[in-house]
Design a protein around this ligand. Structure first.
Ligand code: NAD
Ligand code: DAU
Length: 351
């Protein structure tokens, strides 16, 4: 049994679906179901006895303690977070609450649970914290990619809150001996991605005949990894990572945003052409830049490749084609996540 937090979100849900496709080890899935959490993503597990879904907060000490005692997981994987940089700029409070205080409370519960385990179970137990490359800050155009030794220089409320959570996890290892692992991954994309983030937003807006809002000059660089490759990296780190270590996860796919948007448009032109025969690229609109926008991220994943033999299965070309095809084939999922709350966010943010 493992306990996953945030398993109704984009990466957590992909992780749970893949985990139960590959093994019969049950999952307790603790998720608060914020606007970003979606039970529909887990619909295929509705009658699956290996999946126990619990709606709740990682900061709810009584609930987390009860779940740990009841289910006796051999590992806790912490995906739960507020994850959207733009939302963190509009309202940082929730980010501090969940990413910092929530992680702290979760760590305290896990520390107590771990301390009371029998020696063999204590030895085998792992706490895996899922984090981001954004904690390292921004890179100059020619600078080497982030290694695990790069100093933390977070620039947004989101990345500062994730950096704080990473530090707490590290401290709970050094001070209390909690057996922790941390992964710092680059930008993910793939199925079930909430359409407030760049790639799904562009697909949804393109199909809806709306503008494709590119921030600033569109030359900010992100390093893209197909979500299922991130999930395979997490499984590998859980299985064989060295305690107390951090592992950078990335696919060596640095691309400027405008190139991503043009690629999405070209795939849509091919797979679902506009009725007027024009390219979706005609909908690209440059808009006001994100405040404090980091210019470039790039991940050096050689430690993970060298020590644990991990490699991504998808290239960017294969992954982005699968992703666009998935959105075209899953119009109902997309329609259902575009609730009133989603529409409010879009109209407020892109006014
Ligand atoms: P997401 O926003 O899609 O999902 C987050 C999930 O956490 C949601 O289901 C939400 O309901 C849940 N949640 C939020 N607050 C909670 C709380 N207090 N208690 C319990 N559940 C709560 O995020 P994501 O993109 O799936 O990211 C998952 C993790 O991976 C995050 O920690 C994020 O920082 C990290 N990460 C994301 C990316 C990326 O590109 N998306 C890259 C690297 C790391
Ligand atoms: O690097 C990992 C991070 O990637 C994760 O830690 C975050 O949880 C995840 O949200 C993501 O953060 P980004 O800010 O990089 O993702 P986002 O999809 O919001 O934006 C990607 C790039 O596209 C970024 O440079 C901003 C730009 N952008 C985004 C949106 C939503 C636009 O140009 N227009 C947009 O409308």
């Amino acid at each position: 049994m493992i306990l996953v937090t945030g398993g109704a979100g984009f990466i957590g849900a992909n992780f749970v679906l893949d985990w139960l496709a590959l093994s019969d080890e049950p999952v307790v899935n603790l998720d608060k179901l914020t606007y970003a959490g979606n039970r529909e993503t887990l619909a295929t597990l509705e009658a699956d006895r290996r999946h126990i879904f619990v709606q709740g907060d990682i900061g709810d000490v009584d609930l987390v303690q009860r779940l740990l005692l009841e289910h006796q997981p051999r590992a806790v994987l912490n995906f739960a977070a507020e994850s959207h940089v733009d939302r963190s700029i509009h309202g940082p409070g929730d980010f501090i609450q969940t990413n910092v205080l929530g992680t702290f409370r979760l760590l305290e519960c896990v520390r107590k649970y771990h301390a009371d385990l029998a020696p063999a179970a204590q030895q085998a137990f792992r706490f895996l914290h899922v984090s981001t490359d954004e904690v390292y800050g921004t890179l100059a155009p020619e600078a080497a990619a982030f290694t695990e030794e790069h100093r933390y220089e977070p620039n947004s409320p989101y990345s500062a809150s994730k950096a704080a959570s990473d530090h707490l996890v590290r401290a709970w290892h050094h001070t209390y001996g909690l057996p922790v692992l941390t992964t710092n991954c680059s930008n993910n994309y793939g199925p079930y991605h909430f359409p407030e983030k760049l790639i799904p937003l562009m697909i949804v807006n393109a199909l809806g005949g709306k503008p494709l809002p590119v921030y600033g000059d569109g030359m900010q660089v992100r390093d893209w990894l197909y979500v299922k490759d991130h999930c395979s990296a997490i499984r590998r780190v859980l299985e064989a990572g060295r305690l107390g270590e951090t592992y950078n996860v990335g696919g060596w796919n640095e691309k400027p945003n405008i190139e991503i948007v043009r690629t999405v448009c070209a795939l849509l032109d091919e797979l679902q052409p506009r009725p007027d025969g024009q390219s979706y690229a005609g909908q690209i609109t440059y808009v006001k830049d994100r405040p404090g926008h980091d210019r470039r991220y790039a991940i050096d994943a050689r430690k993970l490749e060298r020590e644990l033999g991990w490699k991504p299965a998808e290239t960017f070309e294969s992954g982005i084609r699968k992703t666009v095809a998935w959105y075209l084939a899953n119009a109902t999922w997309v329609k259902n996540v575009q609730s009133g709350a989603y529409r409010d966010w879009v109209s407020r943010h892109y006014q």
